[in-house]
Design a binder for this molecule. Structure first.
Ligand code: ATP
Ligand code: MG
Length: 204
């Protein structure tokens, strides 16, 4: 008899990856007793964010550098290799089929991203493939997150699990701005990623 494995999927644009993402994935791993977390950089996000997303290979390599020293973290090319726009439901379906019945999937997202993801496409299927975790994030403390989760439950019957994460007021948007303006990004993201950004002249 094989034991059920618990696998977390950490989705994101990771443009670039930073300590907010890493601390969130590690919190999910420990709080939900996950066997591992698979970082899955987005291919083409369906909603334009008002800026052009950095080519996927750069985002993939930065993510790889960032997770390198954590034996419980892995990375998947699934979304960046899939043609067309990226929908979380397709990703979860692929992981579900690929990993088999002995694996229980957990999708990890930040509080700000819950509605985005759940309103993208096929919510019911998204929730049928995984346990959906929403992490606190500065601007979204536990009480605000719980309110949002109860509302989702009341209005749509959706089950989302809240998770408390050590607050890190870091965003990729802010890091891109700092690089553009020549400000320091040290201690906001791993040194290896900072060096990669410099060497490849990203966000200038
Ligand atoms: P951008 O500013 O470009 O939107 P971001 O910092 O929000 O970037 P994303 O790649 O959009 O990063 O986020 C991927 C996932 O990680 C999302 O679910 C998001 O909510 C979560 N996340 C990002 N930053 C943090 C943070 N500082 N604390 C907790 N969760 C975070
Ligand atoms: Mg974001």
């Amino acid at each position: 008899m094989s034991k059920i494995k618990k696998v977390g999927i950490m989705g994101g644009t990771f443009d670039p990856i930073h300590f907010g993402h890493l601390v969130t994935a590690e919190a999910a791993r420990t709080q939900f007793q996950l066997d591992k977390v698979i970082f899955t950089p987005t291919g083409k996000p369906p909603h334009k964010k008002g800026y052009s997303v950095t080519p996927a290979e750069h985002r993939y390599l930065m993510t790889m550098l960032a997770i390198n020293d954590n034996p419980f973290f892995e990375i998947s090319r699934m979304e960046i290799d899939r043609p067309g726009l990226t929908y979380t439901v397709d990703t979860l379906e692929s992981f579900y089929k690929e990993l088999g019945e002995d694996v229980k999937l957990f999708f990890i997202s930040g509080a700000d991203a819950v509605l985005d993801i759940l309103t993208w496409k096929d919510v019911d299927r998204v929730l049928s493939y995984c346990t959906f975790i929403a992490a606190t994030r500065p601007g979204y403390p536990m009480d605000k997150l719980n309110e949002k989760i109860s509302e989702l439950k009341r209005m749509y019957g959706w089950e989302v699990y809240p998770m408390k994460v050590t607050g890190m007021d870091i965003s990729s948007t802010d890091i891109r701005r700092r690089v553009r303006e020549g400000l320091s990004v040290r201690y906001l993201l791993p040194k290896s990623v900072e060096t990669y950004i410099q060497k490849n002249n990203l966000y200038r």
